[in-house]
Design a protein around this ligand. Structure first.
Ligand SMILES: NC(=O)c1ccc[n+]([C@@H]2O[C@H](COP(=O)([O-])OP(=O)(O)OC[C@H]3O[C@@H](n4cnc5c(N)ncnc54)[C@H](OP(=O)(O)O)[C@@H]3O)[C@@H](O)[C@H]2O)c1
Length: 329
């Protein structure tokens, strides 16, 4: 099966590429559609060394060029970041013209209602609505919240190396369960979902564990032997945080990040959107029911890895690129 992926060097994209390369049934041939400016980046060169075909693609360039690149491709997967969400619309048009059998737009996040709760989700739904308008076969894959963004900071600082967004805020009473997944398992889930005829024109929720914040904190306290500092934040304070952030300039990346942070706290831990029950209500299929043999890494085992000093944080590449840009300016 021939798969083209946009965003192959990203956090989600790297997991997807690994999962597809490791799949034996079916076997996948992968083409990474890469923006021309990134062709010489180390991550892109590493993809080629792993057997991925790398081609230059400008999502906002002439559509006929994208159509040529997608000729003979069975599945297109997008794992781009928020800045490129709208560029998926010309990509979807090109996929439809090229006869691509299935388009996987960039979702890969938590379960939320289609609009009105999470700005990021609102933007993804605009893309999905366009896909539906042009009758392009699709699959939506949501994965819950990454383990890699879930852990709070320990006072000793010994797990700081693996944390990018320490989650020491307990939202509400901390007892609302949310679905969690090790980012490294996303690709294995995707490899099953995209070759399954039952998931065409459907939404699939593929997560590993369902835990509340209190359970996550207690687990890490047990494994580390440390008492974790908690900052409590009430529903009212989170709602006020959303209102204040939304009054800022949304084109400012810091404002955008703040909006997302408060909206996510509200969705995951106050509203309790990110659960299998709510996913079922919204019409998702549950990957645990579709593939009962498919299991993911446990949060306990991930915590142990972090405590042992062998885990890898996320966004190291992005941080290194941003640091290089600031050094050169
Ligand atoms: N479930 C969770 O907990 C969670 C957490 C974070 C994010 N997410 C979701 O995961 C999805 C992907 O985000 P991510 O954080 O994994 O992405 P990321 O690491 O920021 O990577 C973005 C990728 O998109 C590529 N890209 C960006 N603009 C492009 C363009 N114009 N043309 C072609 N390629 C372009 C980048 O390529 P270059 O190599 O050219 O830079 C990179 O490969 C999003 O939907 C996000 O909401 C979920």
């Amino acid at each position: 099966m021939k798969v083209a992926i946009v965003g192959a060097t990203g956090e989600t994209g790297s997991s997807v590429v690994k999962g597809l390369l490791e799949s034996t049934d079916p076997k996948y041939e992968i083409t990474a559609l890469t923006r021309p400016a990134s062709l010489q980046k180390p991550g892109v060169l590493q993809l080629a060394a792993k057997g991925v075909t790398v081609v230059a693609a400008d999502l906002e360039g002439p559509e006929e060029e994208l159509v040529k690149l997608l000729a003979g491709i069975d599945v297109v997967i997008s794992t781009v970041d928020a800045y490129a969400f709208m560029a998926q619309i010309p990509l979807a048009n090109a996929a439809e013209t090229a006869g691509v059998k299935r388009f996987i737009p960039c979702f890969f996040a938590t379960v939320t209602p289609p609009t009105g709760i999470l700005t990021l989700r609102d933007q993804k739904e605009v893309v999905l609505n366009h896909i539906k308008k042009i009758h392009l076969p699709y699959t939506i894959i949501d994965v819950g919240w990454w383990f890699q963004l879930t852990l709070p900071r320990l006072a000793s600082g010994r797990i700081d190396y693996a944390l990018i967004m320490p989650g020491n805020i307990i939202a509400g009473d901390g007892d609302v369960a949310t679905a969690l997944t090790d980012i490294r398992d996303i690709g294995r889930y995707v490899a099953r979902i995209i070759s399954d005829p039952r998931t065409v024109n459907a939404m699939v929720f593929s997560y590993t564990e369902l835990l509340s914040q209190n359970q996550v904190f207690q687990l890490l306290e047990k494994l580390s032997g440390e008492t974790i500092d908690r900052t409590n934040m009430s529903k009212d304070a989170i709602e006020a945080g959303i209102a204040e952030a939304e009054s800022g300039d949304p084109s400012n990346p810091l404002t955008y990040a703040k909006i997302a942070q408060f909206q996510y706290l509200n969705s995951r831990y106050i509203r309790g959107d990110n659960t299998p029950e709510y996913a079922r209500y919204l019409g998702y299929k549950d990957a645990k029911e579709l593939y009962p043999d498919l299991t993911g890494n446990s949060l306990e085992s991930y915590c142990q890895e972090v405590l042992d000093g062998t885990a890898k944080g996320v966004y190291d590449r992005k941080r290194a690129e941003a640091a290089a840009v600031s050094r050169s300016s």
